[in-house]
Write a protein that binds this ligand. Structure first.
Ligand code: HEC
Length: 162
């Protein structure tokens, strides 16, 4: 009897420590993921990078978020397509993403300046959120040069092709 409770006392600190360590690690990454999701939602990324998001009033289910869109944006810059952010992030480490986002400049109408101005902490959270989404291959059309006709649907900006 005395022997067995002695054993329990010896084991307990190790057990308690490992439970505390596990749960605090899980909590930190959960809160990063949640903050990333929040930043994606208020940052308007789904408006372009998720098919049908804006017309649906933001009700597209999360399983379909950020897979890119075959709806092009056509203007003086040619026709651009919002990329599949799940495969995009899957090809980058967190640090590569942060470095890229800080200096990124794309053709319109991607608001690249928003990413340039995000803090490292917020960019990490965006990465944590997107990187834990399942990767789903969904190829969007390639960029089409100005003056060339896109095959699929597009939104024409007032500034027509030059
Ligand atoms: C108004 C539409 C629109 C919104 C809003 C938008 N994007 Fe984009 N995004 C695009 C388009 C179009 C491209 C492709 C640009 C090109 O081909 O040059 C793009 C490209 C990108 C790329 C690829 C950049 C590269 O390496 O070439 C990333 C990363 C990205 N967007 C992230 C985001 C994030 C994160 C948000 C939310 C903060 C966001 N986008 C909001 C339209 C949008």
């Amino acid at each position: 009897m005395i022997f067995s409770s002695f054993k329990w006392l010896q084991l307990r600190p190790a057990v308690v420590t490992s439970i505390v360590l596990c749960s605090s690690a899980a909590m930190a990454s959960d809160s990063d993921v949640m903050r990333g999701k929040y930043l994606i939602e208020i940052g308007g990324c789904n408006d372009c990078h998720t098919t049908g998001y804006a017309p649906s009033g933001g009700t597209v289910p999360e399983e379909q978020w950020l897979l890119g869109d075959a709806l092009g944006f056509r203007g003086g810059w040619g026709t651009t397509y919002p990329v599949n952010l799940r495969t995009y992030m899957n090809n980058l480490s967190k640090q590569e993403w942060i470095d890229k986002a800080k200096t990124l400049k794309t053709r319109p109408p991607m608001p690249w300046w928003v990413l340039n101005r995000m803090t490292e902490e917020d960019l990490s959270a965006v990465y944590a959120y997107i990187a834990q989404l399942p990767v789903i291959e969904n190829r969007v059309p390639d960029y089409v040069a100005p003056g060339e006709q896109p095959n699929g649907p597009y939104i024409q900006w007032p500034q027509g092709p030059k």
